[in-house]
Design a protein around this ligand. Sequence first.
Ligand SMILES: Nc1ncnc2c1ncn2[C@@H]1O[C@H](COP(=O)(O)OP(=O)(O)OP(=O)(O)O)[C@@H](O)[C@H]1O
Length: 241
Amino acid sequence: MINVSNVFYIYPDGHEAIRDVSFSVQQGECIGIIGANGAGKSTLLKLLVGLYTPQSGCIVIDNMRMSKQTLRHIRQIVGFTFQQADDQLFMPTVYEDVAFALRNDGINENEVKQRVTKALTIVGAMHLKDRPPYRLSEGEKRLVTIATVLATEPKILLMDEPTAALDPKARRTLIHLVQSLPHTKIVTTHDLDFVLECCERTIVLANGTIVYDGPTENVLTNEPFLHEHHLELPLMLQGRK
Ligand SMILES: Nc1ncnc2c1ncn2[C@@H]1O[C@H](COP(=O)(O)OP(=O)(O)OP(=O)(O)O)[C@@H](O)[C@H]1O
């Protein structure tokens, strides 16, 4: 579903944020990308959704090599939720926000209504449809941003820090939602307990390179390795020591 080969990305100021990164993702996998602040997690997600273009290396999504010509099509396959929900919600009501991309694509109003209703129902936010997004709580906003993406019917979901600023109940709702979605998913996060519950495979980034790619359980129980990369044992595993 995703193949990343020898990708390098240097910001315009010369900072090399991604260095020789390669990995593949199979359909239906849920992968956690973890690492210290500044390790390159968000940069990598933005490369996968085509917001940034690598200086070298190649990204293939659903058998299509990412390029100016394929970007529009790839954006229909890949749904991306930003770290800040406010970056994604800007319409007067939740309904209009979820409908926005569909209307932009010229989809007829009947189908827009069906898709918006389905997406809001999946995330359990139908009751919010007439509310202004800026008045919602962080947890509600997070669910609505996921609905905006689900409505476009992507095959792949990329989520940047989805549990940031959520209280335990909202976080639990999100965990259940992510576990129930059949999509291929890549999630960047500092919430290692979330990774333990939702992702069977984990990639650890450090200074823009991959230092681990394998089963989640193996890496999240390796305390010396986690410490070396400014990470800690997930809270769920700390009692086992
Ligand atoms: N626009 C930019 N211009 C120059 N350097 C940048 C830019 N954005 C990010 N960087 C640098 O690229 C590196 C990777 O940043 P990135 O935001 O991808 O890290 P991250 O792992 O997502 O961090 P965090 O956990 O703090 O969100 C960092 O050193 C950061 O300072």
